[in-house]
Design a protein around this ligand. Sequence first.
Ligand code: GDP
Ligand code: MG
Length: 375
Amino acid sequence: MALNWFKKKKHKQEEKMPSDQKIDEASEAFETEDVADTLPPGNNDDGKHQKLENETLPPPHTNDQETDQATSKKPSGFFKRLKGGLSKTRKLLSTDINELFAGNRKIDDELLEELEELLITSDIGVQTTMDLIQSISIKPSEISGPDQLKNILREKIQELLNATTKPSQEIVAKPHVIMVIGVNGVGKTTTIGKLAARFSSSGKKVIIVAADTFRAAAIEQLMIWADRAGADIIKHKEMSDPAAVAYDGIQAAVARDADIVLVDTAGRLHTRKNLMEELKKIKRTISKKLPGAPHEILLILDATTGQNALSQAESFNDALDVTGIALTKLDGTAKGGIVVSICNALEIPLNYIGVGEKIEDLQEFDPTEFVNALF
Ligand code: GDP
Ligand code: MG
């Protein structure tokens, strides 16, 4: 019964989702100029620099977390914001699951199918959803109501997240170089600002390198973040060679005895030059100047793009060997299940999650905290 349904379903899903095609589409999207149309407001680069600056730079901090902000200690306010941010996803996994059982229904094929839809809507992903449904469908007799179902889901999701989360890497190199990459508009510059603030406030000397030379506004945006975070910035003119900026950045970091270097990069390029090739060149330049660097390649993904984020991760990882992911914009999205999908489908650890535009809205990813916010 239920298990037969599961096998049938699996076959059907595989036919529906040729994964190669999805990756191709995604890579194409961020290699072309058209991607700007899909970006959040504030990321157009057609001369609206002033506008962009105003829109992309939120006030430095909220009122209540002044002392906690930007420290590695978790402010209690962060859990509140995470929970608030995930409220749309939580509705799918909570209220909507309760409703599945309305009228004393039992677990059967029809109910499983509806559950599958809920999980996929929350962007847990086809494969991960199938894995979860399978663990549920083999013990239908043990589940007599929504609470048991939620407990099983919660347990399975927690297991899944625990299995793939690595404790954050200890910083031994000086300077420790983090190259930040990702498609345009995902939150690279904002995340660099937040990270710079975290490192600075823990007493580290931080240098930010403006290797996104695509637009003047990108450099200005970074200068404001550097100022807020109390970090130095190394920049060249708009349109200059990003690898040359990276080279100077590393040189300055060594000369000034910096602890951390954060390298911002472009998400697309002026000409139709290949983004991956340009990023590889930056990476090579950094390692030539400082053997062993970059120590981290941090890929930024936008939670609101759902499954597309997975295709981006695969493409960037193929080209650059990503060491970790920061997932932004978990606030307000119904696609919070993407966290589970990223942890289940990718081999890359999820290091940070972002739940807002302010300096304190970035934290190290904590599976238990996430599951608690989700259910
Ligand atoms: P970049 O093109 O990758 O450098 O992206 P930006 O850092 O310029 O960010 C693009 C937009 O996303 C800006 O308006 C940011 O304020 C916003 N943003 C970044 N992170 C978050 C987040 O965690 N939550 C929300 N709601 N917005 C974010
Ligand atoms: Mg940027």
